[in-house]
Design a protein around this ligand. Structure first.
Ligand code: AMP
Length: 216
């Protein structure tokens, strides 16, 4: 199972990937999470990426392509994966195609999660994340079961990302329109694209995706 999510920030890619990781026995590969961990660890990649991320810009393609190449080369990298946040540019998508060809693997589904703009802003600015396991929550739409405690790992460190504040969010949406949205046609042309109405509640969207994956 090789699945990729496409969609603007706040579309619910991370939320769905986290749920499907368990249901499909596949690893969620979130480049945003990998970068945030690198920043916390003060690694060379983290130091290079931080300024771009804080401003709501994309991290340069060469760094991202190298990061994904290294991830796929890890000895414990699993057979099944879900891409969440990569690729985000046509150059990244082309490099990813080459990587998969080299590894003799192929992409099975690209799920585009489409959400109305005003709802995206509400979702991102209300988003909270578990610092320990990166599980995503929303203060009103998807709170943790017990207040302030992560459903997945029990951590009490649930926080708001710096780039989820409203002024940065506007820039991230612009970057999506200009640099990532062209990937919709890129994958449509390869007959891999499935479009989802992501305005629906979390569980309904999960069921739609599971439907596609089980039918094809
Ligand atoms: P996310 O957690 O997916 O919303 O990503 C947070 C931030 O990480 C983005 O706004 C970018 O600055 C950076 N980032 C994550 N994935 C990529 C990527 N594939 N290409 C460039 N920048 C990325």
């Amino acid at each position: 199972m090789h699945l990729m999510f496409l969609g603007a920030p706040g579309a619910g890619k991370g939320t769905q990937a986290k749920i499907l990781e368990q249901k499909l026995d596949a690893l969620q590969v979130s480049t945003g999470d990998i970068l945030r961990k690198s920043i916390e660890a003060k690694s060379e990649l983290g130091l290079k990426a931080k300024g771009y991320m804080d401003a709501g810009h994309l991290v340069p393609d060469d760094l991202m392509i190298e990061l994904i190449g290294e991830k796929f080369a890890e000895p414990e990298f699993p057979k099944n994966w879900i891409m969440d946040g990569f690729p985000r540019t046509v150059a990244q998508a082309e490099a990813f195609d080459s990587l998969l060809t080299r590894l003799n693997e192929k992409l099975d589904y690209v799920v585009e999660v489409d959400v109305d703009r005003d709802l995206l802003v509400k979702r991102i600015t209300g988003r909270r994340v578990c610092k320990n396991c990166q599980a995503p929550y929303h203060v009103t739409f998807n709170p943790s079961k017990a207040d302030g405690i992560c459903d997945y790992c029990g951590s009490t460190d649930i926080y708001q990302r710096a780039d989820d504040k409203e002024d940065i969010v506007i820039n991230r949406l612009k970057v999506y329109d200009e640099q990532t949205a062209p990937l919709i046609n890129y994958y449509k042309a390869k007959n891999l694209l499935f479009r989802m109405d992501g305005n629906a509640p979390v569980e309904a969207v999960t069921n739609l995706i599971l439907d596609i994956v089980s039918k094809s």
